[in-house]
Design a protein around this ligand. Structure first.
Ligand code: CA
Length: 221
């Protein structure tokens, strides 16, 4: 996990470098806007920790330019500017989080972890399991690379299984998610959909993806 630290104050920079390195982050510490922009152009970072008062410019102006240039990774501002207006301005200009100086290292680390977590869920647009690939953006499904034509209900059903593979999902839970209801009729309907999904996914490749758990529901294996 790579972190870019932009901080001109030597002691604080050292402290961040050491604190983050001890938590197994790979830290690149730079001290001004020019170096920061160069660093971003040269390598990929999962998180940027950004001071605002920098010797060759304002961190906030630089951040706006990064966002205009489609730099989408999370940025945490670390600043002594501590009014509510400062924090709002920072977030409006593209920061994902704002921590006031002085700060506790523990809190900074927790916030970085939260940013990384959010980013990684945001990025997961393709689900993979046992040769099935479900593309959440393209709304397509392939099995061993071959495209399968699913209706939107079948697709939603498969998505629930892909998100929870290995877990037993009750009929009512599935019906609730798909039809926003848990009535008896819908759980019967679910059986119809399950057999269609099996026909489309399992039959052509001879694999078994879904297991019926008697009296409860289904499980993706
Ligand atoms: Ca500074």
């Amino acid at each position: 996990m790579r972190v870019l630290v932009v901080e001109d104050q030597h002691r604080l920079g050292q402290f961040l470098l050491q604190g983050l390195s001890e938590c197994n982050y790979t830290v690149n510490w730079v001290k001004n806007c020019a170096q920061a922009t160069d660093a971003l152009a040269e390598s990929a970072f999962e998180v940027v920790v950004l001071d605002l008062g920098l010797p060759d410019g304002d961190g906030l102006d630089m951040l706006s330019k990064w966002r205009e240039a489609r730099f989408n990774e999370p940025v945490l501002i670390l600043s002594a500017r501590d009014t509510l207006a400062d924090r709002i301005r920072g977030l409006d200009q593209g920061a994902d989080d704002y921590l006031q100086k002085p700060f506790s290292l523990e809190e900074l680390l927790a916030r970085i972890r939260a940013l990384v977590r959010r980013q990684s869920t945001k990025k997961q647009t393709v689900l993979n399991h046992s040769g099935i690939q479900l593309d959440l953006l393209g709304h397509t499904v392939t099995v061993d690379g071959e495209l399968r034509d699913l209706t939107s209900r079948e697709y939603s059903l498969l998505e629930i299984f892909m998100q929870n593979h290995g877990r037993v999902l009750s009929r009512t839970l599935i019906a609730e998610k798909i039809w926003s209801s848990n009535s008896f009729v819908d759980t019967n309907l679910l059986e119809v959909y399950m057999s269609r999904l099996r026909n489309k996914l399992e039959a052509p490749c001879g694999k078994v993806f879904f297991k019926t758990v008697r009296g409860v529901g289904y499980k993706m294996v």
